[in-house]
Design a protein around this ligand. Structure first.
Ligand code: NAD
Length: 367
């Protein structure tokens, strides 16, 4: 596994150095003056199939930050698809800007044209600040888009399935840490009660977990608290809580030097992508501290599994949920491999995913 300090490289050297180190096949910069669209599409690996991954719209502080995000996220998608047994590669797109002000029909359709120009090598879907309704505009310009509304034959919002997969993955990690997969009576902190977090909280409270929630959005917080009985805590307070499980469901890199000195949990299992600020250093710190970490790309794969059902033809919800349930065994297998071989769980998962890409890639070489 290669240690990657993306930020340093993207800032100080050429993006090619980073792309070459992380193994991306292609990075596409999209610019359209009239609509103000600035987007980057990252295609990491297409050995298993076309690069599938959502589009994230974010008001990045800098273009470097956006480039870092797309490189890390697209690479994560390669591992996610591979470990989930899907015949898909890894890709992702980021759009730079304020989603509440810039998104409109021409803006989204222009983005759709850029996706189309890749002829199916990249297939887009939703991610942070992109909704099913946005996919409808993108679909007017390209057929390489998924996550369409159900009334258009699509699989709809992937978030409930992602939340379900995160929940079963969390149960696997709890089984590894405590010997039983029951969440009844377990204290769980959930950071971010957006599309995924709010469904996750429903599963947790239904099973009898004692749930603590935080979010920057006060309206979402009070609505989820009122619906589920979860207790609201402060944004920074979440890292100091005496809980069994910490579930990051907002943005990445919240497992870092600062938080690792504060977290008291036995398990980290959440939906956010790229939770470890530095996957090697913080993966090892988790191992040393005896915290069971359910690798993010393993347990947040429900959404892509759901979308793969849409890609296969007619969307089948039962099939998507049944496949998502396999996350329990996949996650437990990785956690057992991690403890047996005394290597971080993130590394165990990456080794297994890389092996599948290599093995299937070899099979594909023959006629
Ligand atoms: P979302 O935008 O609906 O929800 C994120 C929530 O986090 C929002 O409510 C936001 O206000 C909150 N938030 C942002 N910064 C915060 C902070 N510092 N502290 C507390 N809360 C904060 O996004 P989502 O679809 O729920 O996705 C959540 C995470 O899961 C993202 O990292 C996403 O990439 C990942 N993910 C989502 C899916 C999916 O199907 N939606 C699939 C795989 C991974």
């Amino acid at each position: 596994m290669v240690e990657v300090n993306v930020e340093e490289n993207v800032k100080s050297a050429s993006i090619f150095a980073e792309v070459s180190k992380m193994g991306h096949e292609q990075v596409v910069f999209c610019h359209d003056e009239p609509t103000g669209l600035k987007a980057i599409i990252g295609i990491h690996n297409t050995v298993l199939g076309p690069a599938l991954g959502g589009t994230r719209m974010w008001n990045y502080a800098s273009e470097e930050e956006a480039a870092i995000d797309v490189l890390r996220l697209s690479r994560g998608m390669t591992y996610k698809a591979a470990i989930s047994g899907l015949n898909l590669g890894g890709g992702k797109a980021v759009i730079i800007g304020d989603a509440s002000k810039m998104k409109n029909e021409p803006f989204l359709r222009r983005f759709g044209k850029f996706v189309d120009s890749l002829n199916g090598k990249y297939i887009t879907a939703e991610d942070v600040n992109m909704k099913t309704s946005d996919m409808e505009y993108i679909a007017m310009e390209t057929k390489h888009v998924t996550g369409l509304p159900m009334d258009m034959g699509g699989s709809g919002d992937p978030s409930p399935v992602t939340a379900y997969g995160t929940y079963v993955g969390m149960k696997a990690a709890v089984k590894k840490a405590y010997g039983s997969d029951s969440l009844e009576g377990k204290k769980v902190s959930v950071q971010g009660v957006g599309q995924v977090g709010m469904y996750l909280v429903e599963h947790l409270t239904k099973e009898g977990a004692k749930v603590f929630i935080t979010d920057i959005n006060e309206t979402k917080l009070s609505s989820v608290a009122a619906n589920t009985g979860a207790k609201v805590v402060g944004m920074d307070e979440i890292y100091d809580l005496d809980v069994d499980v910490y579930a990051p469901c907002a943005l990445g890199a919240t497992v870092n030097d600062d938080t690792l000195s504060r977290l008291k949990c036995q398990v980290i299992a959440g939906a956010a992508n790229n939770q470890l600020e530095d996957e090697v250093r913080h993966g090892n710190m988790l191992l040393d501290k005896g915290i069971v970490y359910a690798p993010d790309f393993v347990i947040n794969a429900g959404g892509i599994i759901n979308i793969s059902s849409e890609l296969a033809g007619a969307y089948n919800k039962d099939q998507a949920y049944a496949w998502t349930e396999k996350i329990f065994d996949t996650c437990l297998n990785i956690l057992n491999k991690s403890s047996e071989e005394k290597i971080p769980s993130q590394e165990s998962a990456m080794i297994l995913a890389e092996k599948r890409i290599e093995d299937v890639g070899r099979v594909k070489l023959s006629f």
